[in-house]
Design a protein around this ligand. Structure first.
Ligand code: HEC
Length: 221
């Protein structure tokens, strides 16, 4: 009787272990499944963030309205800045011909903050878009107490006016959307060509992975 009881107890124990094993396995499946579903919204969010980061300066400046920019510059910047050639420095420096100039230097009689004077670089279109969006974000500690202009179009109008008011580097080209699609197509074509080449050159090699895949499928199932 003891032997039978032990045998029966053994089977019960065994069944329990198998059951635990199965639940562990199934919980793994559920565990891996949930993050996969969660991944899609995150991917979407990343794409949205990326799209916001890429400003097409060329397209914005090409579509910009310099007259509207001048009016905005007088209204938004005019309390501190003059824009005419040889204009006086006010709370901020005269801004004639500012595009392309070194950042935070070269305005006779104006004392820049260390934050801007030590920034380095020049007033490229990219830098000016960033500065006018958030002066404190661009040069933490700047003494230009101006919150910034969140609208890229407003900034483009003012920058277009600044470019026409004393010149600057050539306006950037709009991002070539069609051309980049063409490049992708060309890359695809090149990839196809490579596949064809390896197929012709190494037919036995191409067969080997296929055979391997056939073998792994039954094991996987
Ligand atoms: C409240 C006053 C004020 C307003 C408004 C203001 N600025 Fe300024 N701006 C300053 C001051 C002060 C500086 C010097 C900043 C420093 O040294 O940190 C400055 C510096 C600058 C510079 C850097 C110049 C250089 O030689 O590097 C640019 C460009 C500029 N401002 C553009 C603008 C534009 C465009 C506007 C309007 C959209 C504007 N600012 C509005 C006060 C102002």
């Amino acid at each position: 009787m003891d032997d039978r009881f032990n045998t029966a107890a053994g089977w019960v124990l065994f069944a329990g272990i198998v059951g635990l094993g199965l639940s562990a396995v199934s919980s793994r499946y559920f565990a891996t499944h949930a993050p996969e579903e969660g991944g899609y919204p995150i991917e979407g969010a990343v794409e949205e963030g990326g799209a916001e980061e890429v400003l097409d300066y060329g397209a914005l400046l090409a579509a910009a309205d310099a007259a509207a920019g001048e009016a905005a510059a007088v209204a938004r910047c005019g309390t501190c800045h003059t824009f005419n050639q040889g204009g006086a420095n006010g709370q901020g420096p005269n801004l004639y011909g500012m595009m392309g100039k070194p950042i935070g230097e070269g305005i006779p009689g104006f004392t820049f903050s260390d934050a801007l004077a030590s920034h380095g670089g020049s007033w490229s279109y990219e830098n000016m878009f960033a500065w006018l969006e958030s002066p404190r974000g661009f040069a933490p500690g700047t003494k230009m107490s101006f919150a910034g202009l969140s609208s890229p179009e407003d900034r483009a109008n003012i920058i277009r006016f600044m470019y026409e008011n004393g010149g600057g580097p050539p306006l950037p080209e709009p991002l070539p959307e069609e051309a980049s699609e063409g490049e992708e197509a060309a890359t695809d074509a090149a990839a196809d060509a490579e596949v064809e080449n390896t197929g012709e050159a190494g037919t036995p090699e191409a067969d080997a992975p296929a055979a391997g895949a056939d073998q792994t499928n039954p094991v996987g199932e």
